[in-house]
Design a protein around this ligand. Structure first.
Ligand SMILES: Cc1cc2nc3c(=O)[nH]c(=O)nc-3n(C[C@H](O)[C@H](O)[C@H](O)COP(=O)(O)O)c2cc1C
Length: 174
């Protein structure tokens, strides 16, 4: 059977929901972010904008905002030391798809570098609030951007979860 490092990386990536407190190295963060920028985008417009957050106070703010949307008291980012937010230009009809490709590229890059990640939802609602809009302004983001999603990023603590069985009927060959 053919073996290939890229395919093995795709197969081996899992959502990680417990993280060490240890921060990731800048070099690794930069490689993850760069991988995001090489994602395909509709018409090659590069509509997304990627914001990486490591400032503890901002991480607490994001956690509280996300938890409010989710209706929980727990940290939706699982205490990850880095959170990477992806926004995209709402005027592009592929904005969600563009942002999603960026998020997936970054998760695969993270796994290739020995980091753990998990896609975290609800950024669209978070950044529709006054608090979210104020943060976007503070970060110099244009008003036409919408939150597509985020990844929690850090060193995994504990065992990597097993992949669920792939469902029957996932593949149709015609
Ligand atoms: C669009 C999307 C939203 C997700 N939102 C969350 C989330 O808010 N919190 C979370 O823990 N996992 C979230 N996940 C991760 C999924 O739960 C996870 O990918 C799925 O359970 C399969 O596990 P795996 O990634 O380990 O293969 C999300 C995944 C996607 C694609």
């Amino acid at each position: 059977m053919l073996s290939n490092d890229v395919l093995a990386n795709i197969r081996g990536r899992r959502s990680i929901r417990t993280y060490l407190a240890k921060q990731i190295e800048d070099e690794k963060l930069d490689l993850v972010l760069e991988a995001g920028t090489y994602a395909p985008t509709g018409r090659g417009a590069q509509s997304p904008v990627i914001v990486s957050v490591q400032d503890p106070e901002t991480l607490r703010t994001l956690s509280a905002m996300n938890a409010r949307v989710m209706g929980t008291d727990s940290d939706p980012y699982y205490g990850a030391p880095t959170v990477v937010l992806v926004f995209a230009d709402a005027s592009r009809n592929t904005c969600v798809e563009d942002g999603s490709c960026v998020l997936e590229n970054m998760m695969l890059a993270a796994h290739a570098l020995g980091l753990g990640s998990c896609w975290i939802h609800r950024e669209r609602q978070m950044f529709e609030t006054e608090q979210g809009k104020a943060l976007m302004k503070q970060w110099g983001l244009a008003e036409h951007l919408i939150g597509v999603g985020a990844i929690a990023l850090g060193y995994p603590a504990g065992e990597t979860p097993q992949a669920a069985k792939r469902k029957d009927g996932y593949l149709v060959k015609v």
